[in-house]
Design a binder for this molecule. Sequence first.
Ligand code: HEC
Length: 489
Amino acid sequence: MYWPILGAAGWLGRLVLALGCLIATPAWTWAGDAVTPQSTGSIQTTSETKNETAQGNLIGHGGPVKSIAIDAERRLGLTGSFDYAMMAWDLTGDLPKEAQRFDENDGAVNAVAFVPRSRLALSAGDDGALSLWDLDDARLVHRFKGHTAKVVDIAVSDDGTWAVTASWDRSARLWNLQDRKPGPVLAGHKGPVNAVAFSADGAHAFTASYDGAIRMFKADTGDFVRPVFRHGWGINALKRLPNDARLVFGALNGTAAVIDIDSGDTVAELGTSQRPILALAVTRQPGLVAVGGGDGRVRVFRLGDFESIEEYQNPYGPAWGLAFAPGGTALYIAGLDDFVARWSITPRDPFEPIDSPFPRRFQVSEDSDDPVDKGRVHYARKCSVCHTLKQDGKNRAGPTLHGLFGRKIASLPGYPYSEALKKLDIVWTEETVSRLFELGPENFTPGSKMPLQKMTDKSQRDALIAYLKTTEAAQNGRTAPEHSKGANE
Ligand code: HEC
């Protein structure tokens, strides 16, 4: 049993799947869960931001954060976001510091990893590539290409020689990081491959898939060795336990369990959940494993006896990425917010959930008849994850749309446009913006790194443009202050 592969048009769909329909449903609720935000018919704006500055949170991305990795020895962090960027964090001081930004990705960054024994790091994502970066100067060292769909997980062998990537093209691929050459392709799964891991000695690679199987391959040749485990549901997450012949996995049906690689036996079940398990983290010192779900529930277990020691609940969204802080005293939790929350395990923080801005800018509901109000909702849901309307030009995945009308395409200084966009000769007007979403970026601006999305209903496009025009007028101090209220930026 596995989920259908989603087409290229489904970037929002994928987000929606991962969110449990938070974005697409007007009166959005967590099915069966604690939070049922009231749908009032008025715009719900994001005003609560105070905890964004809470001690230790990683603040700097321009979109939801999908993954995080921590190097405990070097006290360094890596995060990958919907904003197409990877960021590196210096965790040596009392407060985290932004160390580097890695901007040249052509899609959302779904996975990040350190390369042991080097000053290199890896990112991979919706662009289907694996990118190797220099941590010191943020230079792109190499880009490995071969996957034909997005990449969602990376693992690196302990000696830093091999990386393995999991892709929705139903394969995993090995890449030699030393000679920068592609290695074997690990095939055979009947669904998207969601997660990968290496054995402690680096001789074997493990792959986990929506088809419910965990498979074992020889790392040097790519030869299939044997199936390790079969689960009745799709597997989303996989990690190897430190120095151990055991794997921990998390599945679509809420199961998280530790299995023995040799026998395939289940060693321990790590509780149960009603919602998919989306993220796992393991730390050796002290030995802990964390399990995070689509319902925002995060549980911490002790390695060894697998006793549950702490539990944490963020009611406002899923845990997409987890990593222990150096020393294992805190856990970083990545998800729908533009920042990564740091949750203190010891000493235990109060039970209150993260005070995240909620509803977030893209979680709005509205039933007004006013086209500008309708346009604001379209903007919030379909554009605000990737664009701001602010002049200061803090870009998200895409450039700011401030001052869009009358602007030549790809002309904003400082934004890393694709070569394809730079070659086009278009000026943004009501008409060209409308055409962009009537035909879709792929057709109107071929080669663009803006994902394919269409708005086939002309009245929706008109509403969106009417809204964009009023925010611009208001920001230029001309008219329509009324509509500028609560702009979803
Ligand atoms: C998933 C991210 C994403 C979403 C969602 C998105 N965009 Fe974009 N957009 C981008 C990226 C990335 C670029 C730059 C494309 C390039 O360089 O090839 C871009 C470029 C653009 C441009 C050209 C800007 C310029 O300076 O030439 C316009 C106009 C635009 N987007 C409008 C929109 C609107 C309106 C929406 C909502 C209906 C939207 N985008 C939704 C990522 C996104």
